[in-house]
Design a protein around this ligand. Structure first.
Ligand code: F6P
Length: 342
């Protein structure tokens, strides 16, 4: 069989672990693997590389993706879907594994409807895919946030400051909640729970009234101000999948807190640092299990599916279910985090 693999959307730690697992397992089964470069763009431009056990070795621990990625949406390009179909045919691809978030998997789902044998592997640091308990990449991002908060604690304490740390996650507060909980945040703001500046200031004042002289606030980039119900964006321009570029809520909050409480504040934007570096052990193992499960589905010719984690089992769900709705934060976990707010 001729198997194609592509990685689409924002990169994250663990992509190479999936690629390695697929190549090593398929080579044992006697299949041939083609790596499509830069996500769906590679299937429009016919840009690919041969993958074999040699090129897929030594990459388990590497961040990013050896195939490159892009936010290209063939369905937003004139003649895009046809080019993709033609090039899949030209490459003789019998099965195509798309590793990505809701956007990439949404394209895989549409192509499946057009007769292409697609399989999806869920990736995103945002952990916002509803059909799986966890996407790989999330745990690595949470660890980066946790380490950043550990480092910020000492400087915040020494200077008696309020540090406002803006984290990624788009319209879901998974990274903020888990990262904040792991790093001992004193307040966490998430998109799922619109906030008022007064409630944040009151909480910090309560904490400082007990003798504490510093606070760490984690704010998700998609956090929404209750009064205005708008998210703050860096740029109103939308990408090919219709997403605006979020960012700026941390700086806004920092200015307001300093103005209203008199406490000295600094803001830190963790940004793309959260997507870089080596995957954690959890993500390496999850990504590897996903890769092997994707090959099992190909062997069974069970296409139009996405591999998913349910409890500790890897299962297969339809791609349709995989991209149906975004998964918001588990509010039970957020309630636990609230125990530690001022
Ligand atoms: O979806 C992953 C993500 O890192 C989001 O958390 C973030 O809003 C977005 O991608 C940033 O995208 P880009 O890399 O295109 O700036």
């Amino acid at each position: 069989m001729n198997i194609g693999i592509l990685t689409g959307g924002g990169d994250c730690p663990g992509l190479n672990s999936v690629i390695r697992a697929i190549v090593k397992k398929t080579s044992k089964l006697g299949h041939h693997v083609v790596g499509i470069r830069d996500g769906w763009k590679g299937l429009i431009d016919l840009n690919f590389i041969e993958l074999n056990t040699g090129s897929a070795s030594g990459i388990l621990h590497l961040g990013g993706t050896i195939l490159g990625t892009s936010r290209t949406n063939p369905f937003a390009k004139e003649g895009g879907p046809q080019k993709v179909m033609d090039n899949i045919k030209k490459l003789g691809i019998d099965a195509l594994v798309a590793i990505g978030g809701d956007d990439t998997l949404g394209v895989a789902h549409k192509l499946y409807g057009m007769g292409i044998n697609t399989i999806g592997v869920p990736k995103t640091i945002d952990n916002d895919l509803s059909a799986t308990d966890f996407t790989f990449g999330f745990d690595s991002a949470v660890n980066i946030v946790m380490n950043a908060l550990d480092n910020l604690h000492s400087t915040a304490e020494s200077h008696h400051r309020v540090m406002v740390v803006e984290v990624m996650g788009r319209h879901a507060g998974w990274i903020a909640t888990y990262g904040g909980l792991a790093g001992g945040a004193d307040y966490i703001l998430i998109p799922e729970k619109p906030f008022t500046i007064d409630e944040v200031c009151d909480s910090i004042k309560r904490r400082h009234a007990t003798g504490r002289t510093f606070s760490i606030i984690v704010v998700a980039e998609g956090a929404v101000l209750e009064e205005t119900e708008v998210v703050i964006t860096k740029d109103v321009k939308k990408d090919a999948f219709g997403h605006v570029m979020l960012g700026g809520v941390g700086k806004f909050l920092c200015t307001e807190i300093e103005k209203r409480t008199g406490f000295e504040c600094r803001d830190v934007v963790l940004g793309h640092l959260q997507r870089g570096g080596s995957p954690t052990a959890f993500d390496r193992i999850l990504a590897t299990r996903y890769g092997i499960a994707a090959v099992d589905l190909i062997e069974k010719k069970d296409f139009g599916k996405m591999v998913a984690l349910r409890g500790n089992q890897i299962v297969a769900v339809s791609l349709e279910e995989g991209v149906k709705r975004a998964k918001t934060v588990d509010m039970d976990v957020y309630e636990i985090a609230k125990t530690f707010f001022g």
